[in-house]
Structures are given as structure tokens and as C-alpha cells.
Design a protein around this ligand. Structure first.
Ligand code: 5AD
Ligand code: SF4
Length: 446
């Protein structure tokens, strides 16, 4: 039964990748992506790492019910996946008549088949919320791996770290690595489908392979193997935990030319006291030493980070330590968040919660510094040459205006004369001519 489907994604990059996989899998089964208004199958893929997406899910389920009431003949099916499904469980079914599938992050691989079952049996409801013992294999089973020039590949799920503030191990379960061969098969399929750049994704890629499902391969071994795949032009990975960043991985930045000179390395706080309370397993000095080693291995590397402000007990000195550390690390970008309690975490029970107004004031001080530093780093790129992976013609002027990304992952807009015959997926040598905010401008280099 061919149906139109629409996926709405709330949350992180892992989630966006899960949604992209689900879209490919549903397309493989003959369904077609459509707008929200026209869809018969609505999938809400959620993440609760930073915010409370439950409310958004309820609003969206309400909207879907309205659509269903307007055209009862369409037999609309709603599905909720990801963290919210995992956290709220079957009580979500009471929220909407159309809602008949719940899948957790481990249930994703079985979701396409479940959707087909539900379409053929309107009385049925399915719950896929168990944490699997095995990593649900996904990629290589797909027929079509049609993709854009930059593709994402999940290499593991879950996390064993239990940082005091973090809900990930509670909703995504313990760490489970995929087998290297399956990862390589998915990468090959994506490259055959047009990908030139691959980002390997995991909550903590540095400990890849070091769990009960690991196949003995370390993350750096995997990285070298992916880098050797014919047709690949650029490789990235995220996210790294500073405490698990092996020297071999630092060296990979010196030895693998197509590994992009950009690393996301969450610091969270620059105060040793707060880092200890968070259970992060490194000190500020250790973090900075790691940054220095990375810059030695790859002098042009750009490092970005995640910071939490207003962690319970954070005082002015702790916050200033964070600002100092950020300056020392010279971050090109930071994703900064005000601490919020997540249910079931250790930090939720800690005393000395920071008043929201104070936390917001710290957040804006931090962001002022970061905006300034990011603008300085962008400006310093003017006049430099760069390799830009073309992601597509711009919407405004598709004949000659293109957008792409350079190695540090900055977006670049550039004019290319139509006679050049450029196509999406080309890697072009470009001279950076200006820095808008937040994109760079460039022109073809001779
Ligand atoms: N409060 C605020 N930020 C959080 N993050 C994770 N949990 C919380 C929380 N409870 C942030 C961290 C992490 C990023 C993905 O989200 O900075 O690196
Ligand atoms: Fe959460 Fe810490 Fe695991 Fe990252 S390393 S997912 S912050 S528990």
C-alpha cells in the first residue's frame, strides 16, 4: 500500500540522521515523502537531550488529529519515535487516536516494517521500546542509498558515561557499537549513491568498539579504513569525549589528509570543580593539553565545543574559568546551553540550583565572546584558498550562484559561471573573498 509520509524531527544530529535513514527505508518500500498537509503517515522523531520536546509532540499530535478529522477517508497514521517515545511510553497512546506506533532509538530499524503492518491492520498498535542487545542493523539492507554529497553514518548508539546532567544513557541505553564491516558497507553504498563527504556519528565515538558488541576495531582503525574508500573526498566525525581521545586519534589528524581539520570537542565547563561534579573525567589542564596536541598534529584545525552554564553550584569564579578556558582553546564555535534538570539524572537531585536570570546572564556573556571570536576566525579566512564541496545551487539564483562547505565546515556562497558546468558534489578550489555572517563568500580559484 503506497502512502505519503512526512517526518518531523526534533533534536540532535543523530536524530536527523535516524530520520534520513527512515525516509530512505520508507521510500525503498514504495512510500513517497510529502508535505505535512498531504501525508497519510506522520512520524515525529524526538530527542530530549536538551529541551523538553514532549509539549511539541502533544501540539503536533493535536494538529494531526485535526487533519484526520477533516479527511477521515485518508486513515491517517501517527508514529512517535526517539527519546520522547522512550520516556513517556505507552501512556502516549492515550493522547491521540491516530497514534499507533511508538519506537525508541533501538526500535528504529524495525519501524518501516511496523508501519507497513499498521497500514494493513487499522486496529493494531505497536510498541518498539525495548533496548536491544544488538545494534539494529540498518544501512546495508537499503536498496537505494541515494544521498546528497554530504552523508551521515551512525556507528554506535547509546552511551556509558553517565555525565551527571545527561539523559542520553537513560533514554538511548548503554553503548552499542556497530560492526565495522556494516559501517563500511553503508559508506560504500552512500559513496556509490553520490556522497563525497561522510560524517561518522556517535554519542562518544572515541570509545567505539569498546563494548560488548565491539568487533575489536578501535575508532582510529575504523577511521583509517573509511578514509581508504575509493571516491571519498572528505571525512568527519562527531562527537568526541575528551577523556577518551586516544593519542592514535590525535595522530590521525596528521596522517589522514582527507580527515577535515575540524573537531567538535565538548568542554562543558572550564572549572575543575564543576567538571568533577559533572563526572566528566578530565581537568581543564588536561583538556587544554589535548587541544595543544591536536594543533600540533594539524596546525589549521578548528575546534568547536558544547558548554553548559548554570550547572548546580556554579559560582562566578567557575564561570570565569569557563570563559578563560574558551579563550585559551580559541573555539571557532560553541553550542551553549543553560543547565536544565533532566528526569532521573544525578544533577537533578543536586542542591544549589542557579536562578534562571543569572544563568541567562552568564549565557549571554559567553555568547558575546563567542560571536566575536567566531567573526574574527571567519574574517581571518579572507584571501585564503579553500576546497569547497558543492551542496547545490542557491535558491535565489540557481544558474550561477552555489552553496557548499569548506573543510572547517563553514558554509561558502560562490558565483560560478554557468559555462563552467559545475554540478552538486564537485569539490572545487576556491578563494575566499569575504566573510558574511555566518557564511563565507568565495570565487573560483585559477
Ligand atoms: N542541560 C543543559 N544542557 C545539556 N546538555 C546535555 N544535557 C543537558 C542538560 N541537562 C548539552 C551538553 C551536551 C549537549 C548535546 O547538550 O552540552 O554536550
Ligand atoms: Fe551524555 Fe556524557 Fe554520554 Fe555525552 S558522554 S552522551 S554528555 S553521558
Amino acid at each position: 500500500m503506497r502512502k505519503r509520509f512526512h517526518i518531523l524531527t526534533f533534536g540532535c544530529q543523530m536524530n536527523a540522521n535516524d530520520s534520513a535513514w527512515l525516509a530512505r527505508a520508507l521510500t525503498d518500500r514504495g512510500h513517497v515523502p510529502s508535505s505535512r498537509e498531504e501525508a497519510d503517515v506522520h512520524i515525529l522523531n524526538t530527542c530530549s537531550v536538551r529541551a523538553k520536546p514532549e509539549d511539541k509532540v502533544y501540539t503536533e499530535l493535536g494538529r494531526i488529529s485535526l487533519l484526520a478529522q477533516k479527511s477521515p477517508e485518508r486513515k491517517i497514521l501517527a508514529c512517535v519515535g526517539g527519546c520522547v517515545a522512550q520516556q513517556c511510553g505507552e501512556r502516549l497512546f492515550a493522547r491521540s487516536r491516530e497514534l499507533r506506533l511508538l519506537f525508541g532509538t533501538d526500535g528504529l530499524a524495525a519501524a518501516p516494517e511496523a508501519i507497513d503492518l499498521l497500514l494493513s491492520d487499522p486496529q493494531r498498535k505497536i510498541t518498539l521500546l525495548d533496548f536491544n542487545e544488538t545494534f539494529a542493523e540498518q544501512g546495508h539492507k537499503l536498496k537505494a542509498a541515494a544521498t546528497g554529497p554530504a552523508a551521515l553514518v551512525s556507528i554506535m548508539r547509546g552511551c556509558d558515561n553517565f555525565c551527571a546532567y545527561c539523559i542520553v544513557p537513560l533514554v538511548r541505553g548503554r553503548q552499542k557499537s556497530r560492526g565495522s564491516e556494516d559501517i563500511l558497507a553503508e559508506c560504500r553504498a552512500l559513496i556509490a549513491g553520490g556522497a563525497r563527504e561522510i560524517t561518522l556519528l556517535g554519542q562518544n565515538v572515541n570509545s567505539f568498539g569498546q563494548d560488548s558488541l565491539g568487533d575489536g576495531s578501535s575508532f582510529s582503525t575504523l577511521l583509517y579504513r573509511v578514509a581508504e574508500l575509493p571516491g571519498l573526498a572528505r571525512l568527519r566525525f562527531m562527537t568526541s569525549h575528551p577523556k577518551d581521545m586516544a593519542p592514535a586519534l590525535v595522530q590521525a589528524f596528521a596522517q589522514i589528509p582527507l580527515l577535515a581539520p575540524r573537531l567538535h570537542l565538548p568542554l562543558q565547563s572550564g572549572s575543575d570543580r564543576v567538571l568533577r561534579a559533572m563526572g566528566r573525567g578530565y581537568t581543564r589542564a588536561e583538556y587544554i593539553a589535548l587541544v595543544c596536541a591536536l594543533r600540533q598534529a594539524r596546525p589549521d584545525i578548528h575546534i568547536s565545543t558544547d558548554i553548559i552554564v548554570g550547572f548546580p553550584g556554579e559560582n562566578e569564579q567557575d564561570f570565569e574559568d569557563t570563559l578563560d578556558a574558551m579563550q585559551e582553546a580559541d573555539f571557532c564555535a560553541s553550542f551553549s546551553f543553560v543547565y536544565s534538570d533532566r528526569p532521573g539524572t544525578k544533577a537533578a537531585t543536586m542542591p544549589d540550583k542557579i536562578p534562571p536570570a543569572l544563568a541567562l546572564e552568564r549565557l549571554s556573556r559567553l555568547q558575546v565572546w563567542q560571536n566575536h571570536n567566531s567573526a574574527r576566525i571567519l574574517e581571518a579566512m579572507r584571501g585564503q584558498s579553500a576546497h569547497v564541496l558543492l551542496e547545490g545551487p542557491s535558491l535565489k539564483n540557481p544558474a550561477s550562484s552555489w552553496s557548499g562547505r569548506e573543510a572547517h565546515d563553514f558554509a561558502v556562497n560562490l558565483y560560478i559561471p554557468p559555462a563552467h558546468g559545475a554540478t552538486t558534489g564537485d569539490m572545487l578550489k576556491v578563494r575566499i573573498t569575504g566573510s558574511g555572517k555566518p557564511t563565507l563568500k568565495g570565487e573560483l580559484a585559477e
